[in-house]
Design a protein around this ligand. Structure first.
Ligand code: FDA
Length: 305
């Protein structure tokens, strides 16, 4: 119930104002968000890659309703990718993109065109783009745009959310050679007709999806902080005789950093999702919804200030 309430709050303008203007918020947000500008992002990338970690960068923003705002997001990604190119970080850092930040909610063609521009800049920087998956109502449109982009940019990554009932079927469709697929549990509110709402059911779905991806020919990107699922991933890699460079683990910036380093030190490919920018509200609220301890951390900061 708390999770649902926080996810509803993540889309409420009133709560947003309250949280954004609270004096304590910024310190807490810093734990999950690398900063507001591209320089902050570059500092985070340099620190993480120096420790042997890979990075995927997200310019914060979503649910854009204006072409002008979508244009600003494209420019922010292109600026970042040019910086990665100049610093020769293209092999260690890629970008994650939310199509609703590029105009998907009001003009699918514009979102595709904007995504193409980001993919072109990524290609020049020697790296790739992964399309984040958002609210369940956007899945079909996102997969359609993914297939369009893959014609010219075959390295474009997809995201499958295990909490959706169609997840396993989508994994089977996407487990082909060269296909980069991030598997996550899913961070949005979704009705029972289309999603598993019980935590155990979501975990079981994650395992079924992981089995399909790890046995397939594509490149699985296993995005989870869940120790049980990470152990199962390791066992599936052995079972399917996968070398360490044929799949990767992914975690969010600020969550289980010691585990991120442990996996990298063992020789696994470990990618950290680093979000930055001013539009941190929705992202931050989803992190609170995922874990009561995060909420506790936030509430404690209220009383300690
Ligand atoms: P869950 O939140 O159920 O946690 C399972 C266990 O992990 C906990 O019981 C605990 O043991 C451990 N754990 C979790 N958080 C911890 C913490 N802070 N400290 C210590 N232990 C902790 N979602 C989406 O809908 N679309 C997307 O495109 C993406 N993209 C994405 C990229 C990457 C790289 C990641 C890691 C995640 C996403 N997500 C996402 C978010 C994802 O769907 C999900 O909401 C979160 O990853 C949380 O789910 P977990 O799998 O970590 O399990």
């Amino acid at each position: 119930m708390l999770r649902q309430a926080l996810l509803i709050a993540s889309r409420s303008g009133g709560v947003r104002k309250l949280v954004e203007t609270a004096p304590f918020t910024r310190d807490v947000v810093k734990r999950f968000v690398a900063g507001e500008g591209v320089d902050d992002a570059m500092r985070a990338i340099e620190a993480l890659t120096a420790e042997g970690l890979l990075v995927t960068l997200d310019v914060l923003g979503e649910d854009t309703l204006e072409a002008g705002q979508a244009e600003s997001t494209v420019k922010a990604y292109v600026e970042l990718l040019n910086r990665l190119n100049g610093a020769e970080l293209g092999r260690r850092a890629e970008v994650s993109v939310k199509l609703t930040a590029l105009g998907q909610s009001f003009d699918e063609d514009l979102a595709l065109e904007n995504a193409r521009r980001i993919c072109t800049a990524a290609k020049q920087a020697g790296t790739t783009v992964t399309l984040d998956m958002e609210d369940h109502t956007t899945v079909d449109s996102t997969l359609k745009i993914l297939h369009e982009l893959r014609r010219d940019f075959p390295g474009t990554g997809a995201v499958i959310q295990a909490y959706l009932r169609r997840a396993e079927e989508h994994c089977a469709e996407l487990a082909y050679e060269g296909s980069r697929v991030r598997l996550c549990k899913g961070a949005y509110a979704a009705p029972e007709e289309v999603s598993f709402t019980d935590k155990d059911e979501v975990d079981k779905s994650y395992v079924r999806c992981m089995k399909v991806l790890m046995a397939g020919k594509g490149y699985p990107m296993l995005a989870t902080h869940d120790p049980r699922l990470i152990d199962i991933a390791g066992a599936l890699a052995v079972l399917n005789e996968r070398e360490a460079d044929t799949f990767e683990y992914q975690m969010l910036y600020g969550i289980r950093p010691a585990e991120q380093r442990r996996l990298a030190a063992q020789g696994a490919q470990m990618r950290v999702y680093v979000a930055y920018g001013q539009e941190w509200y929705g992202y931050f609220m989803r992190r609170l919804a995922e874990r009561p301890a995060n909420l506790g951390f936030f509430m404690r900061s209220l009383v300690s200030k």
